[in-house]
Design a protein around this ligand. Structure first.
Ligand code: DQA
Length: 137
């Protein structure tokens, strides 16, 4: 089983970015933990702050991997391009968010990912990623 976690803009700052919303753990530390927890799986990780790089990565892995766990961060709410990329590929995508976007500002209620995702998991902190991985088992 080959999965990839793709994180969008500003998620490289997890740990120091708005810790009251996103927690105080870095993604690198969390990623080490999940690799230990799911040690029978290949789980890759990619992060970019650049929309086109996220689209390139989705295209690159999207016909070969068993699953993509995507937190497109702010691009969730704006990116027709990422939505179209997900439509174009065959690998299923689970949309993930750390925070409950529906309990936050109105502009976070819109998602270009949800209509083309296999499923959506949000609001469980970093555990949202664990739950997304489990959905592939
Ligand atoms: C986020 C929610 C988005 O609205 C926000 O822009 C992010 C992170 C989350 O994981 O809760 O950067 O995707």
């Amino acid at each position: 089983m080959k999965l990839i976690i793709i994180n969008g803009p500003n998620l490289n700052l997890l740990g120091k970015r708005e810790p009251e919303v996103y927690g105080s753990k870095t993604f690198e530390d969390y990623f080490d933990e999940i690799q230990n927890r799911f040690d029978s799986l290949q789980i890759d990780y990619f992060q970019s702050n650049i929309e086109g790089e996220l689209i390139d990565k989705i295209q690159q892995v999207g016909f070969d991997y068993d699953g993509i766990i995507l937190n497109a961060a702010a691009y969730t709410h704006t990116s027709v391009g990422i939505g179209d990329a997900i439509k174009a590929i065959t690998t299923p995508v689970i949309e993930v968010h750390i925070s409950n976007t529906f309990s936050r500002e109105e502009f976070r209620h819109q998602s270009y990912i949800s209509p083309v995702a296999k499923g959506v998991i949000l609001g469980f902190g970093l555990q949202s990623y664990d739950l997304a991985i489990q959905s592939f088992l």
